[in-house]
Design a protein around this ligand. Structure first.
Ligand SMILES: *[C@@H]1O[C@H](CO)[C@@H](O)[C@H](O)[C@H]1NC(C)=O
Ligand SMILES: *[C@@H]1O[C@H](CO)[C@@H](O)[C@H](O)[C@H]1NC(C)=O
Ligand SMILES: *[C@@H]1O[C@H](CO)[C@@H](O)[C@H](O)[C@H]1NC(C)=O
Ligand SMILES: *[C@@H]1O[C@H](CO)[C@@H](O)[C@H](O)[C@H]1NC(C)=O
Ligand SMILES: *[C@@H]1O[C@H](CO)[C@@H](O)[C@H](O)[C@H]1NC(C)=O
Ligand SMILES: *[C@@H]1O[C@H](CO)[C@@H](O)[C@H](O)[C@H]1NC(C)=O
Ligand SMILES: *[C@@H]1O[C@H](CO)[C@@H](O)[C@H](O)[C@H]1NC(C)=O
Length: 794
């Protein structure tokens, strides 16, 4: 009944407002330069309406547009498939496009069936992260947005791309690790800033002026906010999962990449995830959306739901027993502007009519959306980009960038007796065996587009040597040993053996977590049999996102070298071959801790806690909190050359002179041997004392080997050891540098004291602990260290 009554009201509203009718006056002079998508305002006679009046600010124009719409019309613009308002000259718009590592087929806003048949498919973010090269991440964003704009001009893509995925990889079973920048929140934040700025920034407008006006090349979206990294584990799926997260872990691990993305990347959208946090669906949490993203972080843009989140809250979570109208009212009030799905479209107008929410909430959401479209030139055009078209996609340079990204992401994990690189003279005939020897489309991973060109390892290696190919397994599942013997045979007849194994998106993917950290099926069998029978050097190449326990190969002296190839994108084969033959000297580092398989038996995937839980026997997570035995550590990676690092400039101290009104903050100590009267001070309270205070240091890096190479320098803070529950260490800076053989370079770092030396207390304060911090450049035996003494003086 209620529904029927509401429907009548709509009809009346529509009839009434249909009287206001300015429309369509084609402007031929503007039109010719756009093959498919003319700007909205080139078609609208602006005399009646102000939303196309370019002398007005965007928010005024957006308000004019929204004020001209009926309630029903507004509701229809709040889903990803906005219907448009023909009588106001507003065309339909599909908000959902994706560009995780190149323009993707995943969103319905993008098509590959037109003038542009393919786009450059870069390595997935995890592989690009392994380069630890911020300028690479930015260029990948820039080239992706150029191709996106070109496809948009050809009518094949939108302007709003729901990428990147910057969730921290908390658990090694997560199926979407390949999509992310890995397990470290600092690295993830840096990745987000660079990729987002690459996608969004218009040259010359990177930082200038009013951020509500800043033009956008395309709009990016940092997702999935927050504490989202479980797909489906032992019957718990992401739609029903209530992540029990401590405030400490939120502040320290799960929020920082998003905070950095918004504050430093100035991203124009954030996506809220399906799961709940501590009993509240995230998309319905006012504190997490409006207060934090829009308030504390000052988002200039819109918040979108993960697709069908509103429906999930209603149908799967049955949150508070709400009706559909109550659900949309609640998420709209929380700050969710756009619904990927049709809940807003179907239920916001009734929710307003039933008095569940004020219509002004719809207005505000729409204004956030239209201002983003205005910044994108959707209304007025984008002269800087209007010439882009099909010839700007899959260019030679872009494909070369895909190759370069593949090279930079390769991680050399083992190289006994420098067996690599192979010389073409000595190894004229090689066996390329295993389910990844002929990898193709599987190298681009998920959320990919149609690649321009594919380079399989087999074909790329055959540029350097005669290749004896044997698949070894029918596919990555490798359910039997039928094809192992031919691989052993191939190896016997070759000068060297390259075994190419790993996972694909039938094993790790969205909606698909892993059940163990092993290579699937008979792959281990294949590797062992081939290696043990091989009369020649054996090189193992592993393609995967999530980690695999390859301790057996690490420990097998018959396996001389191991390369982690990740998901290296469309030119992945070339990247692998160039590393094997030394055309490129690898420098990538692991963005994840490579745990042993028994790790997953020690704790359930549903345990969100980062620190060990001794009472439950759960170990800690990531390099920050897990001190058990592993296969390879976070940040690990070798080179064909050697680097020597020395500290040019060392020890120093930080002294804060506290005023009588500044308080010391107590944090739990391991021992009370000498009672420090002022163990810590809140960072917020210190902004007047040592704001902008930095620790500047220089290190000298020398390439002492015979080959040119790149060196990744990762800088950690090791907090004072007397406090309980602090991270073992935390990344505070990193840099990738290029050094010719014999070359020495001085590399400078500037650490912001309040950012780099602070920790998150057990009650979620961000504090600067006093005591001896160690700044560690590099890791393990080769680390170069110096100490920084922090003293708070009352
Ligand atoms: C556009 O806005 C300006 C500033 O308010 C106003 O002076 C002008 O008349 C408007 N133009 C049209 C065509 O309405
Ligand atoms: C491409 O596919 C989309 C969606 O199926 C369709 O709307 C569009 O007309 C197609 N374009 C061409 C050129 O076939
Ligand atoms: C929304 O309305 C459309 C059209 O009436 C209908 O096809 C669709 O199933 C509805 N969606 C939901 C979630 O109710
Ligand atoms: C395309 O891939 C092939 C190998 O399949 C490779 O030889 C070629 O160089 C690639 N094309 C470009 C433009 O890089
Ligand atoms: C081995 O696996 C392949 C591919 O799954 C299948 O075609 C073949 O029949 C299997 N062989 C045996 C002996 O089970
Ligand atoms: C790991 O940390 C725990 C708790 O501090 C300690 O008891 C244990 O000895 C450590 N293990 C290793 C291998 O360092
Ligand atoms: C980082 O990547 C860019 C883009 O590919 C490249 O030009 C630069 O040389 C790389 N830097 C290092 C140190 O490898």
């Amino acid at each position: 009944m209620a529904v029927q009554r509401v429907a009548v009201v709509f009809f009346t509203l529509l009839t009434l407002s249909a009287a206001v009718r300015p429309l369509s006056k084609r402007s031929p002079s503007l039109q010719h330069s756009f093959s498919q998508v003319p700007p909205v305002c080139s078609n609208v006679d602006i005399s009646g309406l102000q939303y196309c009046n370019t002398s007005l600010p965007y928010d005024v124009r957006a308000k004019d547009l929204v004020d001209s719409m009926t309630l029903e019309e507004k509701a229809h613009q709040l889903g990803n498939k906005a219907t448009g308002v023909p009588r106001l000259g507003i065309p339909p718009y599909q908000w959902w496009s994706e560009a995780l590592h190149g323009v993707s087929t995943s969103g319905p806003g993008t098509f590959f069936n037109g003038t542009v048949p393919a786009a450059t498919s870069f390595p997935t973010p995890l592989s690009s992260t392994a380069s630890f090269n911020e300028s690479l991440w930015r260029i990948l964003g820039q080239v992706t947005s150029t191709e996106a704009r070109a496809m948009h001009n050809e009518g094949q893509a939108g302007l709003t791309f729901w990428s990147p995925n910057i969730n921290v990889v908390r658990d090694p079973r997560w199926g979407r690790a390949l999509e992310t920048p890995g397990e470290d929140p600092f690295v993830s934040g840096r990745y987000a800033v660079n990729y987002v700025r690459g996608l969004q920034d218009v040259e010359g407008h990177e930082y200038s002026g009013d951020l509500n006006y800043r033009p956008l090349k395309v709009s990016a979206c940092c997702k999935h906010y927050a504490a989202y990294d479980l797909e489906n584990w032992e019957g718990v799926d992401r739609f029903h999962f209530d992540a029990k997260v401590t405030a400490q872990d939120m502040i320290e691990t799960f929020l920082p990449p998003f905070e950095t993305c918004v504050k430093e990347g100035d991203v124009s959208s954030v996506m809220c995830s399906f799961n709940q946090i501590n009993g509240i669906p995230i998309c319905a949490d006012t504190r997490l959306l409006s207060d934090t993203i829009k308030g504390d972080w000052n988002l200039h843009g819109y918040i979108v739901s993960d697709c069908d989140s509103a429906e999930v809250i209603h149908d799967a979570q049955k949150w508070l027993g709400d009706t559909q109208e109550e659900t949309v009212a609640r998420v709209l009030r929380a700050g969710m502007d756009l619904d990927c799905g049709d809940y807003y479209t179907n239920f916001t107008a009734p929710a307003v009519m039933e008095g569940k929410i004020r219509e002004s909430y719809l207005d505000n959401a729409l204004m956030n959306l239209y201002v983003v479209l205005m910044r994108l030139g959707y209304f007025d055009g984008s002269p800087a980009y209007e010439k882009l078209g099909k010839d700007d996609v899959c260019t030679k340079d872009n494909i070369e960038l895909a190759t370069e990204a593949a090279r930079q992401g390769m991680v050399l994990l083992k190289n006994d007796h420098n067996v690599l690189p192979l010389s073409t003279e000595k190894y004229k005939k090689v066996a390329a065996v295993g389910p990844k020897a002929n990898a193709n489309y599987d190298m681009v991973g998920n959320y990919a587009g149609i690649p321009c060109n594919m380079s399989s390892p087999w074909s790329a290696i055959s540029k350097y040597a005669e290749v004896l190919y044997a698949m070894g397994c029918a596919d990555v599942h490798c359910t039997n040993d039928t094809f192992i013997f031919p691989a052993v045979e191939a190896s016997r007849n070759a000068d060297a053996t390259i075994i190419l194994v790993g996972l694909d998106v039938s094993i790790e993917n969205e909606a698909l977590d892993r059940t163990d950290l092993l290579l699937p099926g008979y792959q281990t069998e294949l590797i062992n049999q081939v290696a043990n029978e091989a009369p020649n050097p054996v090189i193992l190449v592993v393609f995967c996102g999530g980690v695999v326990d390859i301790s057996f190969a690490k420990d097998n002296p018959k396996i001389n070298a191991i390369i982690w190839a990740g998901y290296p994108g469309e030119e992945g084969g070339t990247g692998v071959a160039e590393v094997i033959y030394g055309v490129y000297n690898p420098a990538g580092r692991l963005p994840l801790t490579w745990y042993k398989n028994d790790y997953i038996h020690q704790l359930p995937m549903t345990s969100m806690q980062m620190r060990p839980q001794y009472e439950l026997g759960y170990p800690g997570r990531t390099y920050k909190f897990f001190n058990g035995s592993i296969v390879y550590p976070f940040g690990y990676g070798l080179s064909y050359t050697q680097f020597q690092t020395t500290l040019v400039h060392a020890e120093r101290s930080v002294v804060t002179k506290l005023s009588p009104r500044q308080h010391c903050h107590n944090i739990p100590r391991k021992w009370d041997a000498y009672l420090n009267p002022c163990p810590a001070v809140l960072v917020d309270d210190l902004s007047n004392n040592i704001k902008d205070e930095t620790i500047d240091f220089q290190i000298q890096v020398k390439n002492i080997g015979q080959r040119d190479g790149h060196h990744v320098i990762i800088v950690y803070d090791v907090p004072p050891e007397e406090y309980m529950g602090l991270p073992i260490k935390q990344v505070v800076a990193f840099k990738r540098v290029a050094l010719k053989a014999g070359e020495t370079q001085t590399v400078e770092f500037k650490l912001d004291v309040l950012k780099s030396l602070s920790v998150v207390s057990d009650t979620a304060y961000v504090v600067l602990p006093s005591g001896q911090h160690t700044i560690m450049v590099g890791d393990g035996d080769e680390a170069v260290k110096f100490t920084v003494n922090v003293r708070h003086i009352k």
